[in-house]
Design a protein around this ligand. Sequence first.
Ligand SMILES: Nc1ncnc2c1ncn2[C@@H]1O[C@H](COP(=O)(O)OP(=O)(O)OP(=O)(O)O)[C@@H](O)[C@H]1O
Length: 284
Amino acid sequence: MAAVLQPEADLAAPAGALPPLARRPPRFPPGTHITIEGLTKSFAGQPVYQGFELALPRAQLTSVFGPNGCGKSTLINMMAGILPHEGGQVLFDGKTVQDTRIGYVFQNYREALFPWRRALDNILYPLKFIGVSRAEGLERIEQLVQEFDVRVDLHRYPYELSGGQQQLVSIMRALVVEPEVLFMDEPFSALDYELTLLMRERLQKVLHERKVTTLLVSHDLEEAVYMADKVLLLTRRPTTIADFVDVPLPRPRDTGMLTSDAFVALKRHCLAVFQQAVRGGVPA
Ligand SMILES: Nc1ncnc2c1ncn2[C@@H]1O[C@H](COP(=O)(O)OP(=O)(O)OP(=O)(O)O)[C@@H](O)[C@H]1O
């Protein structure tokens, strides 16, 4: 297992030259869960990330938003260990992704679920890799069904379920392992608007109650702000951080919030930063 990160221990100065401890700035903000340092990635010689740095807070949902093709999926896929990177590191409480329990919800739930397994067995599937019994798994699923407060027959096969129900199954499968970190890549983009509103509302409530550190890639600014504790706004490639915006709106949230003054003001700010980032300018 990787050594636990000592937040202040690796400042690159010779021992004799260190300033007094009390005056040294913290390496990462208090409450940091995930640290990304010097992340470097290119495709066909074209850089996407060059020395990318970021600290992500524990138990909060960070939405990732930016121009098309700026590398949102690439970022979470590198973090989740699905995609290799050329340089830098991503640590979770100082641990590598291999030593971290993660969940991942794909955009395309149709391809993500096993069609030959009933919904229940799709959800139970990852538990066999972490040594959780079927009985314990069934208890966890019952708990999830209550938290989401939805009616879905988990004895059905995926093709017998609606799109929203299938994506719910896929979300439950990611949560049943009780992940330290959850990654979601546009999980609602294939759902109709009514279902999207319902799923957003339920999911943000469950994730907040479970205190899961979450990364959500979204193409929809309304969704990005509504779901988030923080919105990470990215620039065009090579990708940098345009802004990392706090969303201090109360939870649980519902659709009424979408028209509140505070929500609209936050969304307006994010839109202005995004437009600057698309044009390649420096946000005001
Ligand atoms: N395997 C690959 N080979 C070559 N180029 C790739 C590969 N994967 C991604 N890219 C390119 O890298 C860039 C970032 O891709 P990525 O999918 O991460 O962007 P994104 O911000 O999630 O995109 P979108 O907004 O379209 O969903 C894009 O220009 C994409 O075409």
